[in-house]
Ligand binder design. Structure first.
Ligand code: BES
Ligand code: ZN
Ligand code: ZN
Length: 504
C-alpha cells in the first residue's frame, strides 16, 4: 500500500473515500468536519443525526458527496471518548481500531484510495499518524496466496491528512514508523500463517538470509553437527527425531555509532510440534504450525531494525527445529546436557520448547554477553488457561526490564500480564538422576514452571519471557487483523528497543 502525509484540508482531499474520525460527545464538531459538512450542504450532519451516530468506537456512517468535494464518499468513524481531559493515559489503540474498521469498510465499498483525518487528542502528531497507518495496514492484512479466488478488492493508497503545517514533520515521521512497524508485523503474520510443510527450519534460515542481505545485517547459521559440537545437547535432543535438518540462526544488528546497550531477542522456533514420542492428540496437534511464532517475531523485528537503525546492538536467536516422533526420536527418560553444563531428564518430549530455549539462552549468555534478554515463545497451554487468548504472559527476572516491556506492550496495544516467578515451584523440577527435569512433579502453574526451568539457563542476566501460546494465533477476526496469525510482540519489541537508554 502507498502511504503519504498531506497537509491538505479534508474538504480538499482527493480520494475514493475520505475517512473522518469523530470523538463521542465532542459537542460542536471540529472545524475541518464543519467545513466538509458545509460543502455538502449539511448532508453529513443530517445523516449522522438520523443514524444516531454517537461516535462510539468503530461506529460507521457514510454519504456520497455527489461531486461537491473532491472525495467521492465521506465515511465517518467513531473514536470513542476524547482523551484531552484525561491526561493520565494517551492511548493509541482506539485510533488504530477505528481506522482499521474504516479501512475495512472503505475496501468493501471498493475504494482504491483512502484519505484519513483524525482531530488531535492526547497523542502527538507522530503518535497519531503512526496509529492511523498501523490501523490501516494491520486491519486490512490478508493471507490469500493459496486461494485460487482472491478477494479482488484492495486499498492501494492511504493518505494521512494533517492540515496543521506545524504538525507535518512529526506526522511524516509517524507515517514512516507506522509503515515499518506494521510491515514487520505482517512479515511475521505471513511466516506463521504458512504451513509447516513450507516453513521448515531451512526455510526460516533462508528467510533470515534474505532479511540480512536486504538490511545489511550479520547472519550466522549453525547446522546439527555444529550445534552438537557447541554443546547444545538440549536443543539437538529435540531435533534428533526429525528428518528436517535443524538450523540455529543468529542475526546481528550493529548500530553505526557506539551502541548504548546490547540485547538478545530469542524466539521459539518449533516449525511443527507433534509432541514427539509423547504424541499430541489430533486436536492438540492441529494448529502446531504456529509453534514458531516467536521465531517469526524475531525475523519481523530484524527487518524493521535494519530500516530504523536504532542506537542499540541487537542479537536475534532462533533454535529452529521440528519436534517429531520417529525411530531416532528422543525418548521419555533420556538425559541431555545443555550448553551451560546442566543435565536435563526428559520427563515429557512435548515440553520441547523450553529445551531449545535453554540452549539459546545459554548461547546468548556465553557468546553474546547481553545486558538484557527477552524471549518470545508459544510455550505452554497453561498460559492460555491462566490468561486466555487476549493476554500474553510475562515472566521476568528483573523488575526494571519487566516494567519497560509492559509499557511498550501497552503503547502497542498488545495486552500482557505479569506472572510471578514463584521460587517455591522450582522444587517440582528436581530430578533424582539429573540436575533438572523438563516437567514438574507438582500440579498447576504450568506457565510459571516452564519459565522457572528456563531461568536456570540465564546465569543472572536480566531476562523477560513472553508466553504467547494464547495470543500468537486467533480463531476469530480481531479489531486489527483477520483470523490466523496476529504477529504479536513485534511492535512491543520495537517499542522496547526504542525505549532502551544509556544506563548500564
Ligand atoms: N507448543 C506447545 C504449547 C502450546 C499449547 C502452544 C497450545 C499453543 C497452544 C508446547 O510445546 C507444549 O506442548 N507444552 C506442553 C507442556 C507440558 C507437556 C508440560 C503443554 O502446555 O501442554
Ligand atoms: Zn510441545
Ligand atoms: Zn511447542
Amino acid at each position: 500500500m502507498d502511504l503519504a502525509l498531506e497537509t491538505r484540508k479534508p474538504s480538499e482531499a482527493k480520494a475514493d473515500v475520505l475517512v473522518l474520525g469523530r470523538y463521542a460527545a465532542d459537542g460542536r464538531p471540529p472545524a475541518e468536519f464543519a467545513a466538509v459538512d458545509r460543502a455538502l450542504g449539511g448532508l453529513l450532519s443530517k445523516v449522522l443525526a438520523s443514524e444516531k451516530f454517537e461516535g462510539k468506537p468503530g461506529q460507521l456512517s457514510y454519504v456520497h458527496t455527489g461531486g461537491k468535494i473532491p472525495a467521492e464518499r465521506v465515511l465517518v468513524v467513531g473514536l470513542g471518548p476524547h482523551r484531552r481531559s484525561d491526561r493520565t493515559r494517551a492511548d493509541a489503540e482506539p485510533m488504530r481500531r477505528a481506522v482499521s474498521a474504516a479501512m475495512r469498510r472503505a475496501r468493501d465499498l471498493g475504494a482504491a484510495t483512502v484519505a484519513v483525518f483524525v482531530p488531535p487528542d492526547g497523542l502527538s502528531p507522530r503518535e497519531r499518524a503512526q496509529a492511523i497507518v498501523e490501523g490501516g495496514l494491520l486491519g486490512t492484512y490478508r493471507f490469500e496466496k493459496y486461494l485460487k479466488e482472491k478477494n479482488g478488492k484492495a486499498v492501494r493508497a492511504l493518505t494521512v491528512l494533517e492540515p496543521d503545517r506545524r504538525s507535518a514533520a512529526g506526522g511524516r515521521d509517524g507515517v514512516r514508523l507506522g509503515q515499518i512497524w506494521a510491515e514487520a508485523t505482517c512479515l511475521t503474520r505471513d511466516l506463521v500463517n504458512e504451513p509447516a510443510n513450507v516453513v521448515t527450519p531451512t526455510f526460516l534460515a533462508r528467510r533470515a538470509g534474505e532479511i540480512a542481505r536486504e538490511g545489511g545485517l550479520k547472519l550466522k547459521v549453525m547446522d546439527r553437527a555444529e550445534c552438537a559440537r557447541m554443546g547444545m545437547g538440549a536443543y539437538v535432543g529435540v531435533a534428533q527425531g526429525s528428518e528436517e535438518p535443524p538450523k540455529f540462526i543468529h542475526l546481528t544488528y550493529t548500530p553505526s555509532g557506539r551502541a548504548r546497550r546490547r540485547v538478545a531477542i530469542i524466539g521459539k522456533g518449533i516449525t511443527f510440534d507433534s509432541g514427539g514420542l509423547d504424541l499430541k492428540s489430533a486436536d492438540g496437534m492441529l494448529r502446531m504450525k504456529d509453534d514458531m511464532a516467536g521465531a517469526a517475531a524475531v525475523l519481523g523485528l530484524f527487518q524493521a531494525l535494519a530500516r530504523l537503525k536504532p542506537p542499540v546492538e541487537v542479537h536475534g536467536l532462533i533454535a529452529a527445529t521440528e519436534n517429531m516422533p520417529s525411530g531416532t526420536a528422543q525418548r521419555p527418560g533420556d538425559i541431555v546436557r545443555a550448553m551451560n553444563g546442566l543435565t536435563v531428564e526428559i520427563g515429557n518430549t512435548d515440553a520441547e520448547g523450553r529445551l531449545t530455549l535453554a540452549d539459546a539462552l545459554a548461547y546468548a549468555v556465553k557468546h553474546i554477553k547481553p545486558d538484557e534478554m527477552i524471549d518470545m515463545a508459544t510455550l505452554t497451554g497453561a498460559v492460555v488457561i491462566a490468561l486466555g487468548q487476549g493476554l500474553s504472559g510475562v515472566m521476568a527476572s528483573d523488575d526494571g526490564l519487566c516494567t519497560r516491556v509492559l509499557a511498550a506492550a501497552d503503547a502497542a496495544g498488545e495486552r500482557m500480564w505479569r506472572l510471578p516467578l514463584h521460587d517455591e515451584y522450582r522444587e517440582g523440577l528436581k530430578s533424582d538422576i539429573a540436575d533438572l527435569n523438563n516437567i514438574s512433579s507438582q500440579r498447576g502453574a504450568g506457565a510459571i514452571v516452564a519459565a522457572l526451568f528456563m531461568r536456570e539457563f540465564t546465569s543472572g542476566v536480566p531476562w523477560a519471557h513472553l508466553d504467547i501460546a494464547g495470543t500468537a494465533f486467533t480463531e476469530r477476526e480481531l479489531p486489527l487483523g483477520p483470523k490466523g496469525a496476529t504477529g504479536v510482540t513485534v511492535r512491543t519489541l520495537l517499542g522496547y528497543i526504542a525505549s532502551v537508554d544509556g544506563r548500564r
